[in-house]
Design a protein around this ligand. Structure first.
Ligand SMILES: C[S@@+](CC[C@H](N)C(=O)[O-])C[C@H]1O[C@@H](n2cnc3c(N)ncnc32)[C@H](O)[C@@H]1O
Ligand code: SF4
Length: 458
């Protein structure tokens, strides 16, 4: 694939990111803990039956100034202990409503930095999960780790606990950039660490990079891409940094440095796509690449890719998501439920009633149809209208009416060879997958193009 900058210049318009449909901005405080309990109970009779679990550890040893995640500086052992006990209490509380026959196929640990806490806590939570839920043999158990705090012995412990996937946050290999974002360099050589993990049997190994950070230049970012190509991880994520200091005060601390211009960011993105695809990586979706033999690339080829707040995964291993910990978002067939973001308030709520729901959203039948459609486009770039209608228990005509789709919405994309459309199906081409949210928006009947509400592609 050889992409030119014109593609992004033409389609760099504000559209939703579709991390979820409806987006998290639609969640509201009218959704209560009682609603969550009702939804957990009804999730037992909905598809998929598989259970995905998300555990949020909000703590970080040092706060990177660019970071947009829900984090807090690491606290006293006593505080961490109280947080872990709260997560365990929440797991037990939720588990009582979940059908014991359902199987856990995925556990994702994110944060924050889950490997910044003593791994004895991780072991404790995993053993509670195993006592409360039935696990599938092939369950995917993953942790997002910071390489600044990861030792080879930690990898041994994670392996022994049952982990089989690890993602490392690299962001940038250059020390001047890491210093500008207040981040420590990896503790060990990343190549040796990846080889060690692979040897232990971990797979789906991922490296995160971010483009648009202070002091990055197109040349320095190209060096990052060349380095990851040498390292050959199974997966690579290249996230676009958004400077939004009015939401995230710490980002102001980086303003004394030079940031790459939008044109330079575009050059970085285009270089990344062209080089990664030239060296055996496939485009999985916006920002994500996987080697051809990785399960995500295979799932994509088989139209079995799925996506949730934890990232891309396969339909085999994903399920309805039950999230535990501060800010965690549960994604059930009929609802979203988000926990309180501040970890201390989360602890208080769990200690008093076992749950900490702050806001959420109950999906209507139409919402579910639109969500499934947008997910299929974003993940697999393909829609069979009859199949979608059958899945939605309606006719093709009704399906098209619910999504308010009509050909004129994508005529430019068709002319540019980014989408193919027949009477029965729609296919996004590999190039079209790079701006796939511009396709998905054609099936979102609630999209209103409001300036400054949505981010642009880059
Ligand atoms: C929870 S962190 C990963 C684990 C660990 N805390 C670390 O930093 O290595 C999740 C990822 O989100 C991405 N990220 C965080 N803040 C971002 C931002 N403002 N813009 C783009 N990507 C961001 C980074 O690539 C980061 O690796
Ligand atoms: S990037 Fe990772 S380590 Fe840095 S503050 Fe965010 S979550 Fe913590």
């Amino acid at each position: 694939m050889e992409i030119s900058e014109n593609l992004f210049q033409k389609y760099n318009v504000p559209v939703p990111r579709y991390t979820s449909y409806p987006p998290a901005t639609a969640f509201h405080a009218g959704f209560s803990s009682d609603n969550y309990v009702e939804q957990i109970k009804s999730s037992n009779n909905a598809e998929p039956q598989n259970i995905s679990i998300y555990i949020h550890i909000p703590f970080c040893t040092q706060r990177c100034h660019f970071c947009g995640c829900n984090t807090a500086l690491s606290q006293s052992e006593d505080r961490i202990n109280r947080y872990i006990d709260a997560v365990i209490k929440e797991i037990r509380h939720v588990a009582q409503y979940v059908d014991k026959k359902r199987r856990v196929t995925q556990v994702s640990w994110g944060g924050g930095t889950p490997n910044s806490i003593d791994l004895a806590y991780v072991r404790k939570i995993m053993s509670v999960l195993k006592s409360e839920f039935l696990f599938a043999d092939f369950a995917e158990i993953a942790m997002e780790c910071s390489p600044a705090y990861l030792d080879f012995e930690d990898v041994d412990i994670l392996h022994e606990i049952g982990f089989n996937r690890i993602s490392l946050g690299i962001q940038d290999f250059h020390l001047n950039v890491l210093e500008a974002i207040n981040r420590r360099a990896p503790k060990h050589d990343v190549g040796e660490m990846l080889a060690y993990m692979k040897n232990k049997g971990f797979n789906g190994l991922n490296l995160d990079l971010v483009y648009g950070l202070p002091l990055q230049t197109p040349t320095s970012f190209m060096e990052n891409i060349e380095r990851v190509i040498e390292l050959q991880p199974d997966r690579i994520a290249t996230f676009s940094y958004a400077h939004i200091p009015w939401f995230n005060e710490a980002q102001r601390l980086m303003e004394k440095h030079r940031f790459p211009t939008p044109d330079e960011k575009l050059e970085m993105l285009v270089f990344a796509i062209n080089q990664l695809t030239l060296h055996g990586y496939e485009v999985i979706g916006m920002d994500h690449f996987a080697r051809k033999n990785d399960e995500l690339a295979i799932a994509k080829q088989n139209k079995m890719l799925h996506r949730n707040f934890q990232g891309y995964n396969t339909k085999k291993t994903t399920g309805q998501v039950y999230a535990f910990g501060a800010s965690g978002i549960s994604q059930l067939n009929g609802a979203f439920a988000q926990n309180i973001k501040q970890y201390d308030k989360y602890i208080e709520s769990i200690e008093s009633c076992g749950l900490a729901v702050e806001r959420g959203y109950i999906l209507s039948k139409e919402d579910i149809v639109i969500r499934n459609t947008i997910n299929e486009i974003m993940c697999n770039g393909f829609l069979d209208f009859e199949q979608m209608a059958a899945k939605s228990n309606c006719s093709v005509k009704e399906f098209l009416a619910i999504t308010k789709f009509n050909t004129s919405k994508i005529s430019t994309l068709i002319e540019d060879g980014l989408v193919k459309l027949t009477e029965n199906w729609l296919q996004v081409t590999p190039e079209g997958m790079l701006i796939v949210r511009n396709v998905a928006v054609a099936f979102d009947p609630n999209f209103v193009p409001v300036i400054n509400r949505y981010s642009t592609t880059i």
